[in-house]
Structures are given as structure tokens and as C-alpha cells.
Design a protein around this ligand. Structure first.
Ligand code: NA7
Length: 842
């Protein structure tokens, strides 16, 4: 048994939320964080001027409406210290600290196929096992310092912005060289220029930047905005970028040029990159439209920078605007009007070396006291590749990714079972509001982990074919845009030797979320689900006693008996169960059916029951009776608080298919018409009775019959295919029912094999599952009928029918009826009863 359900690498926005989300779902989790504090990006990037380029109202968790209301952001665009304070507040507020281990770097993670678990090793030499391994290491964590010859000889200090000293740096009276003019360089430069004796900005690529128009939060605006935060978040989830942006919805090329200029000016004055680039639909897909916007921005630089030669050098011309991350700054370009700032063009005269006292370029030497590298990151895959991650067969993740990082849906790499990557390659990640995308991924991963648990799957693994198809789609979408045209970190072009692959999904946050949801609803389409380990779980000791008792009693197997002998045996066995609980009233009725009267018994637990349950007993359509199921049906009446009608439908082989199904349906019509009197009605049954309940629900839908509030199916027979894995597992052994018994039952109920394909015999074969009542499914692990129950739930989910599935990992077929003998029977009945009660009460 693994130490943890989930081990998480990283405690930034993703790891912090993962701890909360997994823990709230009842899973054990621990996040390992290399830093001495939480916050990831916002812990490490504490250079002066560090600020988020997504507005604070968007760049914040949405999972807790209370948190959302309580926290106040001081500015439109939050500065690094405030984001870090926020994350610490979240950890405090939700009590996350016990499950976060600081100062601990994950160094390796390897998958053990036999145990179906990960071993996660950390730099303190410890290791822990976990069923699932979740990478929350971030897309921009592995910082890069260019390999400049002579850097080690530099006499002064040098810094990378992503490892800024916690105590800050004093640049007063220093000549500082800044290398890198991306988002970071553009943020840090004005801060250094404000204090340094001189700042030399070494620019290889001129970049576009829009103004932030940052400012303090207006309390009146905040109060108004917060009043409708929930619906705003809903819009964000459906939006393209994870931020609801009001674009014009029109292409710039179809607009009169003066109107385009007016719109751009308006948005420029309002500030912010997303609304500016999102003004027109064609800016990121059509080079001509892009040129209009780029030229508008170049005009703003010309306007701002006093020296035309400097302005000319600052004009971005080498890539389409937006194809590299659009920078945001209110003061970067104006900074070049300061006398203590010099722009150095290292595109025409590249850096050649670092000397003790400064930097040499191809045509000059710059004397410097300190160096600042704002040279970016080995993005998307860099941080994960620093961990020795090994999947099936010990294959390293770095090897799988040698031609570029990839993962099914950008979250699950094939060959790495039970591993997920939050905002991984192939997901919208850096092209979206990261916080929203992180929440979506964490919640999706949590649901997948829960699904695996509920279904007894030991391993969940993306199929290589699904991953291939997804990544082909990612590439296709990317190449319909202008993004691949820039030498950006988006394509890995900033890291020498890194394969040039576009690995973010540009199909939009809303459509992406819908796709992920559809995959989950279809029972995790594209994933191979592996049950091996669950099957080795042992039989509950109480259940084992029953099996032992039956074995000791001896006698032939059912499939060697006549129906009469089988009925006598079942009746004798049921006597061991003993009486059920008392109910207020029990009355025997005869329901008028199409083929004659159908005996039934109505159990009323108390006056004023809120609903009616029509119950069909098990027994393979051949054995079983209302009397034999009396105890468990009483218990269900008490647990649900509802009137339960137990139906004595006609048995085979005297009455073959569809006699039992017809009686079952007639009983429902009677209960809904004569008994319910407007109260909600559910159908329920175990084993063959579960089959009749499922078929009755199908018929009620097909015939426009009584509306059903719920179908409770307890290890139901859903299909005539006896080749499922679970049938073979319990082929020889006597587990109440085995494969040969089931063949015997089918032979009696539907003697003609072709007729078994009829969905009213094998409801799993119904062509359409939509519009059926919600399913409450109970399955047992040691049961040949187990897999057809799972298959039924999967088809229901695919048809968007709500499903609640309780799988009893150590139980046997029939356990639900053994009320006085098995604790699990009482538990299963009281849980199912509670759901019926809740449904009945609306
Ligand atoms: P970026 O955007 O990758 O920018 C790195 C900058 O460093 C960029 O101007 C690079 O020039 C420059 N650079 C990188 N290597 C060198 C060498 N060897 N010589 C000279 N100049 C170099 O990183 P940031 O930290 O600014 O931003 C990363 C993301 O964080 C940002 O997009 C936001 O999402 C937040 P180049 O353009 O490659 O010519």
C-alpha cells in the first residue's frame, strides 16, 4: 500500500491548489517544494518591478467564493510581494501547511508497474511511494544563464532575475549591465535605472510592450465587481484566454482604417495586453492585420523616445506582434530618455565575452560593476526534465521528450501511468490565465483520481494513439496562427539545441475545458484503465465465512441442478439471513398485469413516505422470491424512508423472456399510477432484478411511461456477453454465482441466443442511453458481474446521465441481500437508502 494517494512536485499556484483539492476529496497528499517558502514563480522572481501581466481580479483562485470576497487586491496588476502574500494567506486560510514540505526538491520519480505506484525521491535522500504523481513544477521555472565566455572572471556580482537575493540589491552608484529585454528585462530596467549610476541595456531583440495603466483598486469598483464575481468566473471559464475580453468580434482588415486606429487608441489608453491584442479577430492569424497593429505600436515608441536613433533601435521588426509574449510596462520606453540609460544593440554587434571589469561586444567594451541576466527560462519542459522521471520499463521522460514535450490533453504523458502534469505541454497553459488553467487541470486530475478509485482501477494511462492525435491537433491549430513565426520560448528557440516544437494549445480555454470534460464524461476516453491490482484484493472475512459455509454444505453447482432444486437451495440459504427490521405496515397486493395478476408486497416504513421504490429481487430470473428477499427489502424501506413494492414477477423457464420484463414494467405503471399519487418513483433491483430495473427504466423512456427519479442497480446483469474479464476470473470458483451459473440462467430466461441481444434483455446494448434516470450503481469486486456493471456506468456517463457508483472492493456477488450477516450489506443499503431519500425529497 502506497504511503500517499498523491505526491505533488512544487508548491506554486498549482501545487498549493492541488494540496487543497486532493485533500478536500479525501485523498492523502504531500507537495514537495524546493524553495524555503511557497509561491513558485512568485517566490523566486522577486526582482524589483516584478509584476503580473494579468489583472488581479483574474489572476486569483476562483475555487472559493469566500476567499474571493475576503481578499482585496491593492492594484489592478499585482506586484510580486502582494501575490506572494496572497498565496501564503491561502495556505493559512485552508490549513495547507501540514501537507507541504518546504526546502525539499524532487530529484526522481519512478513508476513501479507491479505495485502500480510511484516512488518519489527528494534531495534529502528520502523517498515516498504514491499512487499518483502530479507535476506542479511550472512552465517557467528552469532559469537560464547564457554561456558567455569569461563570466566566471567578472569581478562584480551578477544576478539572474529569477534567483534574486531575498534582501534585495543596492545598485546605487553602480554601472549595471542588463542582458535580456523580454517581459522581465522590461520590468526590471526602469527600477535599476532609477537608482544606478548608469544602466546599459543589452538588447538582442526589440520587443513590443503595451501600457499597463496600473493603479490602485477603487473600493467602489471592487464592491460592484465582487457582487457578480461568480458569473464573471463562469464567463472566464468559457472564454478564449481564461479572461473575458470584449473584442470587437470583427477582423481588422474588414474595418475602415480610421476606425481601427480609433479602437486601438482607445484600448492603448485603457491599458493591458489581452484587450489590446484581442480587439480584432485576425491579428494573430493574418500577417497584414498584424502589421497594422505592430505599426501602431511602433508609432507609440517613436512618440515616446526622444532620440530618433534610439527609438529606431527599439522598434520591434523581427516577428509578428503577439507571437512572443507581449510585454507590459508603463515606463520602459520613456526610461530611454534618461541620461543614465544607454541602449546597446547586440544584434548587430553581439556579446563576445565577459571580462573582469565589464562586457565586450563585437565593436566595443562596456565597463560595468554589476550584471543582471533577465535571459528567461527553459520553458514548458525544462523544470520537469530536471527531475529523473521514469515511466513504464524505466523509460526516462526526457528521452520520451527528446523530440519535444508531449502529453495527451497536455496533462497525461503516454507511457507514464498515474502521472499528470498541471498545465503541461499541449494544454493552453502559458496562453491563458494560468491560475484558471491550473484550477481546471487540478480539478480534472482530482476527478480522474477519484474515478480510478471508485472503479478500482489501479492505473490510468494515456494511450499513445490518443496522445499522438491530440498533439497533432495542437500542432495543426498552432500552425494556423502566426505564433510559430517567432523565435520565442514558446517554441523552445531560446534554448540552444532544443527541438523547435510548438507545445501550447491555442484552441482556447473554453473549448479546451469542454474537450477535457467530454473525455472524462466518456469514462476517460483515450486512457487505458488497468484493474490488475484491484483484483488481487482479498475477500472480506465476513463474506469469506458465507462462502466457506456454502462450500461446507456441499451439493452440486447450480448449473447442474434443475430449476426446482436451485429454488429449494436458494430458499434454504436465505433462511440463514434472518428477519429484517420492522416497518409500519406490510401488505400483499396483486397488480393487474397484461398477462394476469402479479403478486407483490408493499412495505411502508412510516406514514407519509416521500416516494415509492419498485424493487425486483435477484435470482437469475429463475430462482428468488419476495419472501426470500424480505429482510433486505425491509432494510431498504427503512433506509430510504420510502414505500417499497417488491414484485413477484414470473420466473423462467416456465415463463421465458420477456415475461419477467413485462411484469416488471406493469408493476412500475401500477406503482406510479395507483400508489405514488404524485410522489417520486424509483426502480431498483439486484442481479437479475437489477437487469429488470434497468430494462424498466429503458422502457419507461422509450414508451414515454412514468417519469423515474432514480434507478438503483445492484450488481446488475446488463449484458449477455460472458467473456468479460470478471467472468473469466470467477469461472471455476463458487462465488455465489460463477460463469457457468450465469450461462445456465441465461439459457432458461432467454433460450434463443439471438434474442439476448435485445436491449430489453441486455440493456447495455441499447443504442442510446440518453434521457435515462440518474443511476446509483452498486458493484462488488469478487463478482463475475462486476465488469458489466462498470461498463453500464461508463455508457451512462458518456450519455451524460448522472452516475453515482459505489464499488465494494472486498465484497462478493449477493452481498447486498445478506443484511444480518455482513456489515457491508447494512452500509450499502443505508448509503443507497440515503440517496433515494434525498432524491424523493427533491
Ligand atoms: P524571455 O521572454 O525569454 O526573455 C529573455 C530575454 O533574454 C530576451 O530578450 C532574449 O533575447 C534575451 N536573451 C536570452 N539569451 C540571451 C543571450 N544569450 N544573449 C543575449 N540576450 C539573450 O524571458 P523573461 O524572463 O523576460 O520572460 C519570460 C516569461 O515570464 C514572460 O514571457 C512572461 O510570461 C513571464 P531574444 O529575444 O531571445 O533575442
Amino acid at each position: 500500500m502506497a504511503d500517499l494517494d498523491v505526491a505533488v512536485a512544487g508548491a506554486g499556484f498549482a501545487g498549493i491548489y492541488a494540496v487543497h483539492a486532493f485533500r478536500s476529496a479525501g485523498l492523502t497528499v504531500r507537495a514537495f517544494e524546493a524553495g524555503s517558502g511557497i509561491g513558485g514563480t512568485w517566490f523566486w522572481n522577486r526582482y524589483p518591478g516584478a509584476r503580473c501581466d494579468v489583472e488581479s481580479k483574474d489572476y486569483s483562485y476562483s475555487f472559493s467564493p469566500e476567499l474571493e470576497q475576503d481578499w482585496s487586491w491593492s492594484e489592478r496588476y499585482p506586484a510580486q510581494p502582494e501575490v506572494l502574500r496572497y498565496l501564503n494567506h491561502v495556505a493559512d486560510r485552508f490549513g495547507l501547511w501540514p501537507d507541504i514540505q518546504l526546502n525539499t526538491r524532487v530529484t526522481a520519480a519512478s513508476w513501479d508497474t507491479d505495485q502500480a505506484e510511484w516512488t518519489v525521491t527528494t534531495d534529502d535522500g528520502a523517498s515516498v511511494t504514491a499512487r499518483f504523481f502530479v507535476s506542479a513544477v511550472g512552465c517557467l521555472s528552469a532559469y537560464q544563464v547564457p554561456s558567455l565566455p569569461g563570466l566566471e572572471t567578472f569581478a562584480g556580482p551578477w544576478y539572474h532575475t529569477s534567483r534574486w537575493p531575498a534582501g534585495g540589491v543596492d545598485f546605487t552608484r553602480l554601472r549595471v549591465g542588463l542582458i535580456g529585454t523580454g517581459s522581465t528585462g522590461i520590468q526590471v530596467a526602469p527600477e535599476i535605472a532609477a537608482v544606478a549610476e548608469h544602466l546599459y541595456v543589452f538588447q538582442r531583440t526589440a520587443n513590443f510592450a503595451v501600457p499597463n495603466r496600473n493603479g490602485a483598486t477603487d473600493p467602489a469598483w471592487e464592491a460592484g465587481f465582487k457582487a457578480d464575481y461568480r458569473s464573471y468566473r463562469k464567463q472566464a471559464q468559457k472564454s478564449f484566454l481564461g479572461v473575458p475580453i470584449a473584442g470587437t468580434g470583427r477582423p481588422a482588415l474588414a474595418e475602415p482604417p480610421a476606425e481601427v486606429q480609433r479602437t486601438l487608441t482607445e484600448r492603448w489608453q485603457a491599458g493591458g495586453g489581452m484587450p489590446f491584442l484581442g480587439a480584432y479577430t485576425d491579428v494573430l492569424v493574418d500577417r497584414d492585420a498584424n502589421d497594422i497593429v505592430a505599426e501602431f505600436m511602433r508609432d507609440r515608441i517613436r512618440e515616446t523616445v526622444a532620440d530618433p536613433a534610439v527609438a529606431e533601435l527599439l522598434l520591434p521588426r523581427t516577428y509578428p506582434v503577439g507571437a512572443k509574449r507581449l510585454c507590459q510596462s508603463d515606463d520602459y520606453f520613456a526610461m530611454f530618455n534618461r541620461p543614465n540609460v544607454t541602449l546597446v544593440d547586440i544584434r548587430s554587434a553581439p556579446l563576445t565575452s565577459v571580462l573582469a571589469r565589464g562586457l565586450r561586444t563585437a565593436d566595443a567594451f562596456y565597463e560595468l560593476d554589476a550584471l543582471v541576466f533577465a535571459t528567461g527560462f527553459d520553458a514548458i519542459s525544462g523544470a520537469l526534465n530536471q527531475i529523473d522521471v521514469r515511466g513504464v520499463g524505466g523509460v526516462p521522460l526526457a528521452e520520451k521528450w527528446s523530440a519535444g514535450p508531449r502529453a495527451y490533453l497536455g496533462v497525461a504523458p503516454a507511457g507514464f501511468p498515474n502521472m499528470f502534469i498541471v498545465t503541461g505541454p499541449g494544454s493552453p497553459s502559458v496562453f491563458s490565465n494560468m491560475v484558471l488553467s491550473i484550477e481546471q487541470h487540478v480539478e480534472w486530475i482530482r476527478d480522474c483520481v477519484l474515478y480510478a478509485g471508485a472503479h478500482g482501477y489501479a492505473a490510468v494511462q494515456a494511450k499513445p494513439s490518443a496522445e499522438d492525435a491530440w498533439m497533432a491537433h495542437v500542432t495543426e491549430v498552432a500552425y494556423s496562427t502566426l505564433f510559430p513565426l517567432a523565435d520565442s520560448w514558446y517554441v523552445g528557440a531560446n534554448i540552444p539545441g532544443k527541438p523547435r516544437v510548438f507545445t501550447s494549445y491555442l484552441g482556447g480555454v473554453g473549448p479546451y475545458r469542454a474537450r477535457c470534460d467530454a473525455v472524462a464524461a466518456a469514462g476517460y476516453e483515450g486512457f487505458a484503465l488497468d484493474r490488475r491490482l484491484a483484483m488481487s484484493s482479498s475477500v472480506h472475512p465476513q463474506a469469506q465465512l458465507i462462502l466457506d459455509g456454502m462450500a461446507a454444505a456441499g451439493g452440486p453447482p447450480i448449473w447442474e441442478m434443475t430449476p426446482e432444486q436451485a429454488r429449494a437451495m436458494v430458499t434454504a440459504n436465505n433462511e440463514h439471513i434472518g428477519p429484517g427490521p420492522d416497518v409500519a405496515s406490510v401488505r400483499d397486493v396483486v397488480i393487474p398485469g397484461q398477462a394476469g395478476g402479479i403478486p407483490a408486497r408493499v412495505y411502508s416504513p412510516a406514514p407519509g413516505a416521500p416516494g415509492v421504490v419498485v424493487y425486483y429481487h435477484g435470482g437469475g430470473w429463475v430462482v428468488g422470491s419476495v419472501d426470500g428477499w424480505d429482510a433486505s427489502v425491509r432494510a431498504l424501506a427503512v433506509a430510504s424512508g420510502c414505500d417499497v413494492v417488491s414484485v413477484d414477477y414470473r420466473l423462467a423457464p416456465e415463463h421465458v423472456f420477456p415475461a419477467a420484463a413485462d411484469d416488471a414494467y406493469d408493476a412500475l405503471e401500477w406503482a406510479a399510477g395507483e400508489l405514488a399519487d404524485g410522489r417520486p418513483v424509483a426502480v431498483a433491483g439486484d442481479s437479475a432484478g437489477g437487469n429488470l430495473a434497468a430494462v424498466t427504466a429503458l422502457r419507461a423512456r422509450d414508451l414515454d411511461g412514468p417519469a423515474l427519479a432514480l434507478q438503483l442497480l445492484v450488481y446488475p446483469v446488463t449484458d449477455c456477453d460472458l467473456d468479460r474479464t470478471s467472468y473469466h476470473e470467477y469461472d471455476g470458483a463458487e462465488f455465489i454465482v460463477n460463469r457457468r451459473d450465469m450461462a445456465w440462467y441465461w439459457d432458461h430466461y432467454v433460450p434463443e441466443p439471438a434474442a439476448r441481444m435485445n436491449p430489453y434483455a441486455s440493456p447495455l446494448r441499447a443504442p442510446d442511453m440518453s434521457g435515462l434516470p440518474p443511476l446509483y450503481l452498486v458493484t462488488a469486486e469478487h463478482d463475475p458481474l462486476r465488469d458489466e456493471g462498470f461498463a453500464y456506468a461508463d455508457r451512462m456517463r458518456a450519455a451524460r446521465v448522472p452516475v453515482e457508483h459505489r464499488h465494494y472492493g472486498s465484497q462478493i456477488h449477493g452481498f447486498f441481500s445478506f443484511v444480518n450477516l455482513l456489515d457491508d450489506a447494512d452500509k450499502a443499503i443505508s448509503e443507497a437508502g440515503a440517496t433515494i431519500r434525498a432524491v424523493a425529497k427533491g
